[in-house]
Ligand binder design. Sequence first.
Ligand code: ZN
Length: 158
Amino acid sequence: MIQDLENKRKDLLPILMGLKKAKPWRGSKQKRYFKYARTLHQLSEVMGVRSVLVYYPWLPHQGVCLRFKGGRGIVVIRRFSVITFLHEFAHLFSSNELEVRNWSASMFSQVWPRQFSKLIWDPVSGDYLSQAAYLKVFRSRYLHLCAFLNRVQDFKKS
Ligand SMILES: [Zn+2]
């Protein structure tokens, strides 16, 4: 239940402030891994679950969360993104996509208000994206649309 996370909000926020202080976007991949892994450990401790962080850059999705019996889980991320990390962590408690998105976005906005204000909300996926990421998906959708329209044109001609 996402309510379990809401109930512990006051205890979870200082841990994220700690991650902010540790500068989650800085350092080698190994260093960043340890910053996120330590944060996950602390968040899990507050929530009374046991989870491990796996960094897997070949993942086809942004992240995945595996839940097991007895409050154990594995959080897998493709890259070191705080929102993705929070999103997959929240999936330890809820499989409701909307709830999980709202929770991760609200936690991120509270701890990183300046970075959050720069994000763009993508109505297609419902995700908050950086400008660069948004341009990338926009471009690929645009190219798909162009390819589709070209096919329609060819079809009309034939
Ligand atoms: Zn999700």
